[in-house]
Design a protein. Structure first.
Length: 59
């Protein structure tokens, strides 16, 4: 699971179940804006799954 800001800078990268972004980068709260996320994994049949989307961070 990865999250990028509007300039393409990765602000979060996590692996495993329960991975999530708390809206911080380098310990500092990020500005209210739209961010892009990408998630990759495998299903129970070992098929690769890739999803992407946007999230709006509101402060």
């Amino acid at each position: 699971f990865r999250v990028y800001n509007r300039w393409g800078q990765m602000v979060y990268s996590g692996t495993g179940n329960g991975a999530g972004w708390d809206g911080r980068f380098g310990g500092r709260p990020q500005e209210a804006a739209t961010y892009v996320w990408y998630a990759e994994g495998v299903d129970y049949l070992n098929n690769k799954i890739k999803q992407k989307g946007t999230v709006i961070l509101i402060r």
